[in-house]
Write a protein that binds this ligand. Sequence first.
Ligand SMILES: C[S@@+](CC[C@H](N)C(=O)[O-])C[C@H]1O[C@@H](n2cnc3c(N)ncnc32)[C@H](O)[C@@H]1O
Length: 291
Amino acid sequence: MSWIVRFQPASARAVSGGLLDDRPALVSRIWDLGANAIVEQPATDATASAALIAGFDDPASAHRAVRMAADWGYSATVDPVDTPWHSDAPSQVTISTIRGPVALTLIAGPTFGHGSHPTTELALELLSRSVNLDRPPGRVLDLGTGSGVLAIAAHHLGAKSITAIDLDPAAVDTAKANFEANGVVARCSTVAAEDLVGESGEFDTVLINVLVSAHERLAPSVGRLLARRGRLIVSGFLEHQQTRVINAYQRARPTLRELTTVSRDEWIGSLLGQPPGYPPPESEPATADAG
Ligand SMILES: C[S@@+](CC[C@H](N)C(=O)[O-])C[C@H]1O[C@@H](n2cnc3c(N)ncnc32)[C@H](O)[C@@H]1O
């Protein structure tokens, strides 16, 4: 059983391209409440207004979403449906690599990560850009792996090793199935990033697509786990939240700089890394990896 919540603006609202102007913030909030999928339905003509439709696995979360809607000036209805709303159908995601495009087959199952959410696409683009720029991913940590999509892309882009974690056991099961289907060898476990025990500087690339509040919470652990010349690919936040995210990681690792930023549908993704020439060659540790 799934619960479908339909949000519609309680009054006339600004719309661009058929979609509500204020939807990104509401979409973030709905993911926060535990939605397993969100679809934006554009206004089709002058009479049908735009709507957001979200699926939930449990009725309590669906009803919390309905109560929250009023605070945002939306009305909401909830309906139970017999079949899970997320899709088990495999989706195709294409990533660009230095050897050309590679198609991945993914089953998102009950988790986030069918590959075509803008936040995932941004992270995939930044990963390709980082590699095409100058360096292979090295030892990769995919933090909040979901379906495993980013880890699988990292594998195709030449990752030396992959560690994938998620606090949601259903995500870990799905990621493991996808790793097997795509021939990826990865350490994959159910663990909250806050509890991840790892050596300092263990990872050359950390991939992390979570909400702004989670970025802020996880930045100290990520800063510790990142190698000295490591790179961080962050997405899952909106333009007005970018400074908060970058500040959080710079507090954890003051040498990090914003190397590239990309955007899609109001979502932002950034590649953070060390400025060129850091660290000076004489201070580079003998174990430094990945470029
Ligand atoms: C937005 S999804 C991203 C999935 C996939 N990496 C992608 O980019 O499509 C965020 C994932 O992070 C997981 N997550 C959120 N907070 C986490 C935490 N503190 N520790 C581990 N996983 C977390 C969620 O369960 C969810 O699967």
